[in-house]
Ligand binder design. Structure first.
Ligand SMILES: Cc1ncc(COP(=O)(O)O)c(C=O)c1O
Length: 379
């Protein structure tokens, strides 16, 4: 039996009827971009998160650019970002015309290290993009203090953390603006691309609403230089169906993570495979279940799992400061040792709400078989 890294089909079978009804409602209405369905979705997300405004857009990548543009961040400005994250976090800063300033992360969670932010603040620092990596919030308390002291904005990149919490507050309410992705594999996933920006500020909300439609308001008048980043009504209607289930999906992910930990303990794999840490300050949503693999065994273990039909992924194989397209920023190997090491060791195991215990057992037993064989070969 093969175990994919994620599988959207099982969930679709469970929700098929409601999704078909929602899609039919949109198609019959004739309003397929923005409109009442999108407005209803935005209201429902704002209520779920406990935030004033939620503005749908075309993707998580666009959400980041919309957030930066709303804050007038551009040439001459610096934005601190973790180097261990998805490409879009830093690329959005360059797309806005500003300069990303990389920071290292915590070795045990992969989230940005607050001390690193403090060390990199300059008079040109306009914002920090805080990524809630793999579904767990970054440690916000020290970052809030730094933002207060130095007067920079906090933009949350909550693409992987819909539903996550920090000190009882949801991701998306922890900074000045927050960005979500509804890419199909996210905690709340569309059947295509979609994204969102959230904020409590009515003026920023109004600007976000304009920027996503070419900066236009009223029609064919353009106070802002925006672009087309609209969200489809079909995606909004599907996401409304899934939003009603999202807490159950997240609970399922958390239960799966606990079971992985139990299975790793049972197989006594603690020395070889260490899941990233879960902090006590909030609610981890396990958009990904990421482990560190010791002693240079990661790639060989990954190949072994693939050979046995088990899907895994490396988030991320190269830290952003070493990406060829960011070479002009002047960073070098060794600049961010924690992130560089994580890139050598991390491996994401299969994770989606419908993953079964039998499948998980197969994943961990296959890992255990690999390490037994590796020990035999080394002996
Ligand atoms: C941390 C992070 N930021 C940004 C994005 C970009 O989102 P999207 O794929 O919707 O453009 C993603 C998703 O892939 C992500 O994981």
């Amino acid at each position: 039996m093969s175990v994919p890294l994620f599988d959207l089909r099982v969930q679709y079978r469970g929700l098929q009827k409601s999704i078909e009804e929602a899609m039919d409602r949109v198609l019959a209405s004739g309003q397929v971009i923005l409109g009442p369905e999108v407005e209803a979705f935005e209201r429902e997300v704002a209520r779920y998160l406990g935030v004033g405004y939620a503005i749908g857009c075309a993707s998580g990548t666009d959400a980041l650019l919309l957030a930066l543009k709303t804050l007038d961040i551009g040439p001459g400005d610096e934005v601190i970002v973790p180097t261990f994250t998805f490409f879009a976090t830093a690329a959005s800063v360059i797309r806005a015309g500003a300069t990303p300033v990389f920071a290292d992360v915590e070795a045990d969670t992969g989230n940005i290290q607050p001390r690193e932010i403090a060390e990199r603040v300059t008079p040109r620092t306009k914002a920090v993009i805080v990524v809630h990596l793999f579904g767990q919030c970054a440690d916000m308390e020290p970052i809030w203090r730094l933002a207060e002291r130095y007067g920079f904005y906090i933009i949350e990149d909550a693409a992987q953390a819909f539903g996550a919490e920090y000190q009882g507050k949801k991701a998306g309410t922890l900074g000045h603006l927050a960005c979500f992705s509804f890419y199909p594999t996210k905690n709340l996933g569309a059947y295509g691309d979609a994204g969102m920006v959230t904020t409590n500020d009515p003026e920023w909300a109004a600007r976000l609403g304009r920027l996503r439609v070419h900066g236009m308001e009223p029609k064919y008048y353009h106070p802002d230089l925006g672009w087309n980043s609209r969200i489809d009504a079909l995606q909004a209607a599907i996401l409304r169906v899934k939003l009603a289930w999202v807490d159950r999906f997240i609970d399922a992910r958390r239960a799966i993570a606990r079971r992985y930990q139990e299975l790793l303990n049972q197989e006594q794999l603690g020395y070889d495979i260490a899941p990233l840490a879960v902090r006590g300050y909030g609610k981890h949503t396990f958009n990904q279940f990421v482990v560190r693999v010791a002693r240079g065994q990661r790639d060989a273990l990954m190949n072994h799992l693939q050979l046995h039909g088990i899907g895994t992924e490396i988030y991320y194989p190269i830290p952003l400061h070493l990406q060829p397209c960011f070479r002009h920023l002047g960073y070098r190997g060794g600049d961010f040792p924690v992130s560089e090491q994580l890139c050598q060791e991390v491996l994401a195991l299969p994770m989606y709400p419908e993953l079964t215990y039998v499948q998980q057992k197969q994943v961990i037993q296959t890992c255990a078989a690999y390490f037994r064989q590796a020990v035999r070969l080394a002996a």
